[in-house]
Structures are given as structure tokens and as C-alpha cells.
Ligand binder design. Sequence first.
Ligand SMILES: Cc1cc2nc3c(=O)[nH]c(=O)nc-3n(C[C@H](O)[C@H](O)[C@H](O)COP(=O)(O)OP(=O)(O)OC[C@H]3O[C@@H](n4cnc5c(N)ncnc54)[C@H](O)[C@@H]3O)c2cc1C
Length: 336
Amino acid sequence: MHDLVIIGGGPAGVAAGVYAARKKIKTALITDTFGGQSLVSDKIGNWIGEVEISGFELGQKMEQHLKSHHEGIDIVEGDFVERVERIQGDIPSFKITTRDGKTFEAKTVLLTAGSRRRKLDVPGEKELEGKGVVYCSTCDAPLFGGMDVAVVGGGNAGLEAVEDLIPYANKIFLLHHRDSLKGDAVTQERIKASPKVTVLLNAETKRVLGDKAVTGLEYKELAPGEIHPVRNSPPLGPSGAQSAGEISNGVKTLAVQGVFVEIGIIPNGDLLKGLVALNERGEVVVDHKTQRASVPGVWAAGDATDVLYKQNNISAGDAVKAVLNINDYLRGVERK
Ligand SMILES: Cc1cc2nc3c(=O)[nH]c(=O)nc-3n(C[C@H](O)[C@H](O)[C@H](O)COP(=O)(O)OP(=O)(O)OC[C@H]3O[C@@H](n4cnc5c(N)ncnc54)[C@H](O)[C@@H]3O)c2cc1C
């Protein structure tokens, strides 16, 4: 029986692992990968102690830091926790089962599983994932040099994807299902200044087209006539052959070779569904003083929780708070 199982190897999980090892808490840390979501970022300029660092390098440094404490902690990497169950008994304890069929028992659990990308859930998306349908513009924008691409999502992530693509792609269609973009005004101005960019508002993505690779995207014009080509942008091609063409019922096609999906994230709090309280967004509800979840023996930190601001430093700090409180709990210390 471990004293603690940490789920996740992002900034929250790694910070928790380092603190747990230094507190000599008998710990297992199970993670799919190290570094977390900003692994894909080119430049991180707000990780305290580094003026600027790539997400990849930061991930490597986190892994190194954790592994330098390897005597104190069992690290299981490349595996994925699928289930967390409470073991019957008076004193809280938990059984953790992974995708590879490993099981762990622990007196306490700290969830730091962050969040994952929301999918479009339209025909063609799954089949063409990695064949033109992508979820990380920072990673994949350079692969679309000279091509026409669609970015789906009008929030900051969508706008940033467009910015990432401008140096590479030939034409970029930004599709948003509402009548105005949501992302920062400054970024909107920047992308609108590019002659490569066309914004399609009230455009609901219906299908990704292609067999071995993406060849196009179908979208429904929700309010006909409300498509706003951006100032300076070339109008949609009249023939439809190169850019857009109407099929029926307001459904149009774009001939594109890439589809960047940037429609939000889903917190991985759902791993604890049925065990602890989650809010309407699926985030673990925690006491922000201690990071305790609603059930004794379970803590959570980082993007998987109902913390207001989702940032690397905050995730790491909240995880430290959790481990210090777990340490007190394991030693029977109650602090006010
Ligand atoms: C593109 C991008 C750029 C960003 N840039 C910045 C930035 O510059 N500065 C900043 O402060 N923040 C940035 N953020 C936000 C920041 O990345 C997050 O706030 C932070 O990563 C959250 O850390 P976390 O440890 O809570 O979760 P995550 O980073 O999501 O880490 C979760 C970890 O858990 C693992 N995992 C998930 N589910 C399971 C499971 N079931 N079993 C085992 N392992 C699992 C994952 O593999 C991952 O290692 C950025 C986010 C994105 C998407």
C-alpha cells in the first residue's frame, strides 16, 4: 500500500512528486507523459526562474527534477489511470487501475490530470486525425506550408492557431459558430490584418472530408448572409473550386488540406466522477486552502480542478499545497 498515488505528470504532478519525495511519503506517480499541456508551446515566458523556455525543454527539466528524487518515489510513465475506486473499510483507501492493467492501493490520491482537447465530434474527424485534422497549432503549423487550412474556434486558442499558421499556410479560414469572435481584441486585429485570413462567422462545422488525407470541410451557414470576409482578405472563390462552394441548405464546402480544431478543453476531473463532487464543467471541486476534494483521502490540483486561473505556476503551487496537507493528514496533524 502506497501512502499516496499522484495521477499526472504536468507541472502540478511533478511539483507534487518532488515535494512528496522530499517529505518521504511513500508515493507512486502515474503519468501518461511529462510536462503537461504547455509541452507544445514554443515559448513560455512566465515560468518563474526561466526568462524564456520552450514547453518541450520545460517538460524535460520537470522530468529530470522528479527523477533526481527517484529513490523516494515509484514513477510509472507511459501508462494511464482508468479507474479510481474507494476500498471498503473505516479508514479511507483507494484502488487505482491503469490502462496497462496495473493496480495500486493507496491511503490518499492526488489528481493532477489536467485537461484534454475538446473534439468536434463530426463525421470524418476521428478517421482523419493526424491526416490533416490536428489539435496543436504550435506543433503542426509548419507542416501546412503553402496549403489552405481551416481553423475551427473563435476563442483565443483559435486566434493563436491562426497566428501560428500565417507564416506558413497559403489561405486560412477561421470558422466560428457565433456571430462574433470571442478571443482578445488585439489578437483579432492582428489576424485581420493578414490578407491570408478569412473569418467565417455563424459557421458550424459539419464534416471533415477526405479519404487518406483531409481534402475539405463542410460547414453550415447558420445565419445566411452573415459571413464576414475580413477586410483585405480575398473574397471566397466564385467557382467554389478552390475555396468554398454551396451544396444545399446553407451547407458549404471549403477545399482545405488541414483542419485545426481549437474549440476548448475538457478537464480530466471526470476520472473521479462518482467518487468526489465535480462542478458543471467537470472540474473537481476543492477547498482552495488545502486542495482537498469532497471525500476524505482525495486531493486535486491544477487544471483538473475548479481553480479560477489555469496556469503552470498556479498548478505547481496548488499541488505543493496539496502535498503539505496530505503529509499532515497522513501524520494525523489537523491544522486550522
Ligand atoms: C498551448 C498551451 C500553451 C500554454 N502556455 C502557457 C504558458 O505560457 N504559461 C502558463 O502558465 N500556462 C500555459 N498554459 C496553461 C498550462 O499549460 C496549464 O495551466 C498547466 O499545464 C496545467 O498543469 P496541470 O499539471 O494541472 O495539468 P496538465 O498540464 O494538463 O498535465 C496533466 C498531466 O497528466 C497526465 N494525465 C492526464 N490524464 C491522465 C491519466 N488518466 N492517467 C495518467 N496521466 C494522465 C498528462 O499526460 C499530463 O502529463 C498553456 C496551455 C496550452 C494548452
